[in-house]
Structure formats: C-alpha cells, structure tokens
Write a new protein. Structure first.
Length: 146
C-alpha cells in the first residue's frame, strides 16, 4: 500500500500521531491518535451502517435463521423455543395446513420432552448430527411436523 501512495504522491499518515480534527477546535481531538480515529470512529460507524442495511434487506432471513437455531440440540436443547418454531412454520404456508399449525404447539411439547429424556440424544452437537440421529431412531416418522 505504501508503494501505491509513494508512486501517486499521496501523504502517508503516521497512525501513532495525534489526529487533527478539521474545522473544529483542536481541544475536541486531544489525545486521539489517527489509528483510534480510523479504527473506532470511522470503521465502526461504517460497519454499523452496513449491518443496518443488511438487517433491513434480510430481515426475514435473519428471523428465519433465529428460528432454525431453536432446533439446535446442544446443551440438552437449551435454545429450544416453541414460539419461534411455530413462527418458523409460518414461513412455509404450503407445508403446514391450518390444522397442522393448530396442533404444532402440542407436538413440539411432546417432541422436546421425548428428546430430552432420550439418552441417545444427549451430547449431540450440531443440527447435522441431530438429523442423522432422528432418522436412525426413526423419530423423524414420529415427529412429522418437526
């Protein structure tokens, strides 16, 4: 990068120098280095703006990921959240009938009690291992809505 700056006659800032705030009193920038200014004041503001834009654009996808995370089997299904899983079903209106949605809450209650009480499902980490275990134990046939 410094080669590019030298080639194009661009000043290279010493990041340890004090930051000079343009157009304002120097007292406001006392003690702030160029590195601090770029790292915390500029970089973090830009990251915040980008995250806000992404969140606005992918709001539904973010909610979808949060709902799917509720199926994580780690730590005895500690992230299990029946309400979020019902919300997840609402993202798939072609997959869940009105009747399915009405019984889904009871189905999820039975599902979590059964899996937390089954030693074969203790210690599983990750959804991939969990799904393999569900198929191996044929619980995927018992809990069709899950």
């Amino acid at each position: 990068m410094s080669f590019f700056c030298i080639k194009h006659d661009i000043d290279i800032l010493n990041m340890d120098d004090k930051y000079k705030l343009r157009g304002y009193s120097r007292r406001k920038s006392q003690g702030i280095t160029n590195l601090h200014h770029f790292r915390y004041e500029l970089f973090n503001n830009i990251i915040d703006m980008q995250l806000t834009k992404l969140d606005d654009r992918f709001e539904t996808r973010t909610e979808l990921l949060l709902c799917v995370a509720c199926l994580n089997p780690s730590d005895s299904f500690s992230t299990f959240n029946k309400e979020k899983l019902i919300s997840l079903a609402l993202f798939y209106p072609n997959e869940f009938s009105i009747v399915d949605l009405m019984v889904l809450g009871d189905h999820l209650d039975t599902y979590i009690i059964d899996l937390r009480g089954d030693d074969e499902f203790s210690g599983i980490e990750g959804i991939a291992s969990f799904v393999e275990k569900m198929v191996k134990t044929k619980k995927n046939l018992i809990f069709l809505l899950v």
